[in-house]
Structures are given as structure tokens and as C-alpha cells.
Design a protein around this ligand. Structure first.
Ligand code: SF4
Ligand code: SF4
Length: 470
């Protein structure tokens, strides 16, 4: 079987963007506008629209998304979560982790190339601005190497000014997800002295985003991102990745005519070793060396190689989405049982999560017997227990609450005023349950209490009622 020709001087034992002495090699990726690039561009418009638009959306005056870690308040698709919903968050996180692992096992780094905010911002915003102002990869390299002329000064000033503006916009958007758009607008529009902490946060966020997209760039994917680090353990031979078909491409070399092939001692494969796939790579790797940690699945090398194949009249797909096994066995990528079963599990996991979210109660009721007390025998022939009740209102409406016991002959007697819970708050009260002595045959009975608001049963709570042993 043919094997990929491995350039040992450039193979996996070092990063392609760092010299032997540890100095950064700046990457100037060549831009190729192929089918995948166009698709990714359209998809990025959708994602950018969602990312910038979602924090502005409100339903009934409340944000649709909010991740307020400071006040521990989270709104997801309009549903508010409180610290009491921690179990849902834990289940959601577990589901998400399993989802990510399964998704990666089947589809490799599709997320990184198509949907990761780092890639979208870098390749679809900042890179495009850079190309627009400084020109293609060759022009950028020339500009960086030339002395500080007037042209270089104004181009660099313009580029970095737009970078700062974009970073400021992204910083504000991220802050809007944390504190909500109203709070954000008041930080921007009010007297700055009233919001020093908020302004400081915007400046820090802007500086971090500017540094990431102006300087740090691909290093985020290569050395920082934990998801990228996990690829080595999540991918297997069947995972779909951006892959070079070494059986078809090797041995690489100049394209031969049929006559040349007949006479040649070595018949070349389809790869003409033009290295354009390396020039377009934003992480600077050579995909012909096999799947590598640095590959973010951006598809630029697929587009580049397809363009080359068109020019030399060879079929497209020398670099394509494929699994290592598919390339070795020369099978086409198709929807097989493995993909179907993994996808089924993914859909099932998401369905469980959706069910838990949709059936989540809008109140959380806790009823506990008053500590230190057992029961009280009354003159009217009843036995009573004292309970404390706490009701958390997870909705946006004020809720009057009534309690009703599901037990024949039993009744609830509230102590103090009626329970009215404000949105997002907890109301507390106490009450007696009274049960006729003759209805009690055992030392204790289980009772069920309905929590009712405006005639609707919104929660059920089971508790224990203590009585004398007869
Ligand atoms: S772009 Fe295609 S033909 Fe050119 S070096 Fe890469 S794999 Fe070979
Ligand atoms: S190897 Fe290809 S898909 Fe991977 S990062 Fe480089 S250009 Fe993108």
C-alpha cells in the first residue's frame, strides 16, 4: 500500500508557526474563494447575525438570553434558571459534554471550522478587513517587511482602528449576554462616573479581543483551546476530517502526460506538490502529513486543491472530507449505520434536555414540619402539625398562592397573611394541617399538598403528618 511521503523536517514534532528558537513565525494565509469558502461565508452571516442580535431580543421586557454569573441568573431561550435549578444545569452540562464527544467522534472538527466564534471572527471579520486594506498574503508580507512609509502608516492605522472598533463591538455584545442590553446601554449612555466597573469591563474585554484577533490568532486554537487539545483522544479512524487522499496523491510530483507515465520509472500521483494547500492554511500546517492537532477543519485546503485539480484537469477531492479508513479502503463518505446510531443518540440526548426544560416547574415549593415539634391534640377532636412553607417564583408574574390538601377530612389553616410571591423571589409562611383523630390509624400518614395559583395547580408536595399511635 502507498504511504504519504513524510517530510521529516516538517512533521509533527514541532509547530509550523514557531522557529526552533521559539520565535513566532507570522502566518500570511493565501485566500482562495472556493465553494466551501462561499458556504462558510453565508453560514457565518447567519451566525454573526444571531450572535450580535440575540442579546438585543426581549420577550415581555425580558432578555431571551442572559448568562449573569455575577447575580447567578441565567436565561436560556426565555426560560429563567435560578440556583435552585442547579440539577437542570448539571444535566444540561452532562448532556452537552456527551453531545460534544459524540459529535466530534463522528464529525471531527466541523464545529471549529464552521461555527466556532474564534474562527468566525478571525476568518470572516478580521481577516477580511486585513485583506481589504493590506491586500493578499504577498502584499501583506511585503508591507510588513518594508520600512515605515506614509502608505504603511495609514494602512496599519486604518486596519488596527477597525480592529479596535470590531473588538469593542464584540466586547459589548459579550457583556450584553452577561448583564443584559438595558444595563449595557446605561453604561454606555449614562455619566461614565456612575458605571466605572462596567466601563472597566468593556475596556478589558475590548483589549483581550483586540489582542486575540490582531496578534494571538491561530495560537488560540493551537495552544489555548481545550476542545482542540482533546481531539487526539476523540478522533478515530472513522471520524470525518479534512483529509488528504495519499493513495491518490502520492508519490507527489509534476503532472505527467500518458506518454511520460509509460516511460517513467516513478508514476506520479495527483498531487503536483504546488503547496497551495499549505499557503492557504491559517494554522500553517501541511495537511498532506495527515490529521494534525492544529487542523481546525476550515476547508481552505479543500478549496485550494480543488482549484488546482480543475487547472490540471484532474478530478476534485484530492483533499476532501473523509475518514482515514475511507481513504485507505477507497470508500466514499456516506451516511452509514455508525453515523445513524450516533446521530440517534445525539437527538435522544437533546430531546431529554428539551423535555426537562419544557416541563420545568415555574415554582419551587419546600414544605417542612416546624423543627422541634411533633403533633398537637386539639379539643375539637383533631390532631394538628405545624409546617413552614417556602415558595420560589421562577416566572415574571406576581403569584398569589393557595395550598390545598388532598386528604379526606383534612384541612389547612394558614397562619398570618396570604402568600404572594414576587417574580424571582421567595415567599415564606406557616400553616397547620388538621386531621380528625379518628381518621388516623397509624402514628404517621403521608399527605399531598397542591400548590395553586389563580385556580391552577402549579406544584405538588408530599410531606409527613405525625399523630398519636392508637
Ligand atoms: S494543493 Fe493539492 S496538488 Fe497542490 S500540493 Fe496541495 S494537495 Fe498537492
Ligand atoms: S489543514 Fe486545511 S482544513 Fe486544516 S486548518 Fe489547514 S487549511 Fe484548514
Amino acid at each position: 500500500m502507498k504511504q504519504a511521503k513524510i517530510d521529516t523536517s516538517n512533521y509533527r514534532d514541532h509547530l509550523s508557526n514557531v522557529t526552533e528558537t521559539g520565535k513566532r513565525i507570522w502566518i500570511y494565509p493565501r485566500i482562495v474563494i472556493g465553494n466551501f469558502y462561499k458556504l462558510r461565508t453565508y453560514f457565518s452571516w447567519l451566525l454573526l447575525g444571531l450572535l450580535f442580535g440575540l442579546p438585543l431580543l426581549e420577550v415581555d421586557g425580558h432578555p431571551v438570553f442572559l448568562f449573569n454569573v455575577i447575580e447567578r441568573k441565567f436565561i436560556f431561550w426565555g426560560v429563567t434558571f435560578f440556583p435552585q435549578d442547579f440539577h437542570l444545569v448539571a444535566i444540561g452540562l452532562l448532556t452537552f459534554i456527551v453531545f460534544v464527544i459524540l459529535f466530534t467522534v463522528i464529525f471531527g472538527r466541523i464545529w471549529c471550522g464552521w461555527a466556532c466564534p474564534q474562527t468566525i471572527f478571525m476568518e470572516m471579520l478580521f481577516r477580511k478587513v486585513e485583506v481589504l486594506i493590506e491586500g493578499d498574503h504577498n502584499a501583506q508580507r511585503r508591507l510588513d517587511n518594508e520600512p515605515w512609509t506614509t502608505e504603511k502608516i495609514w494602512k496599519k492605522t486604518l486596519k488596527h482602528s477597525i480592529f479596535v472598533l470590531l473588538s469593542f463591538l464584540i466586547a459589548n455584545t459579550f457583556l450584553a449576554y452577561i448583564i443584559g442590553k438595558r444595563e449595557l446601554f446605561s453604561i454606555i449612555l449614562d455619566n461614565p462616573l456612575e458605571h466605572l466597573v462596567g466601563l472597566f469591563a468593556i475596556i478589558i474585554f475590548t483589549a483581550v479581543f483586540y489582542f486575540v484577533f490582531a496578534r494571538f490568532r491561530e495560537l488560540v486554537c493551537i495552544v489555548v483551546c481545550p476542545y482542540g487539545r482533546l481531539q487526539g483522544v476523540m478522533l478515530d479512524k472513522k471520524s470525518i476530517v479534512v483529509a488528504y487522499d495519499f493513495l491518490r496523491g502520492e508519490p507527489r510530483g509534476k503532472k505527467q502526460t500518458p506518454e511520460e507515465k509509460e516511460k517513467a520509472s516513478v508514476v506520479h500521483g495527483s498531487c503536483i506538490d504546488c503547496k497551495i494547500c499549505v499557503q492557504v492554511c491559517p494554522t500553517g500546517i501541511d495537511i498532506r502529513n495527515g490529521t494534525q492537532l492544529e487542523c481546525i477543519g476550515c476547508t481552505a485546503c479543500i478549496d485550494a486543491c480543488d482549484e488546482v485539480m480543475d487547472k490540471i484537469s484532474e478530478p476534485r477531492g484530492l483533499i476532501r472530507y473523509a475518514s482515514q479508513e475511507g481513504i485507505e479502503q477507497k470508500t466514499k463518505l456516506k451516511f452509514n449505520l455508525r453515523i445513524a446510531s450516533y446521530s440517534f443518540v445525539l437527538v435522544a440526548l437533546l430531546s431529554v434536555l428539551a423535555y426537562l426544560l419544557l416541563t420545568r416547574n415555574i415554582v419551587e415549593t419546600t414544605i417542612l414540619r416546624a423543627p422541634g415539634l411533633t403533633y398537637q391534640e386539639n379539643k375539637n377532636g383533631t390532631v394538628s402539625n405545624l409546617y413552614n412553607v417556602q415558595v420560589l417564583n421562577k416566572s415574571y408574574q406576581t403569584m398569589p398562592i393557595q395550598l390545598k390538601i388532598n386528604q379526606q377530612n383534612a384541612q389547612i389553616k394558614m397562619i398570618g397573611k396570604a402568600i404572594i410571591v414576587q417574580p424571582g423571589e421567595v415567599a415564606e409562611s406557616s400553616f397547620f394541617i388538621e386531621i380528625p383523630n379518628k381518621s388516623l390509624t397509624d402514628g404517621s400518614v403521608k399527605v399531598e399538598i397542591e400548590v395553586i395559583s389563580e385556580g391552577k395547580v402549579i406544584d405538588h408536595v408530599k410531606t409527613k403528618f405525625l399523630g398519636p399511635i392508637l
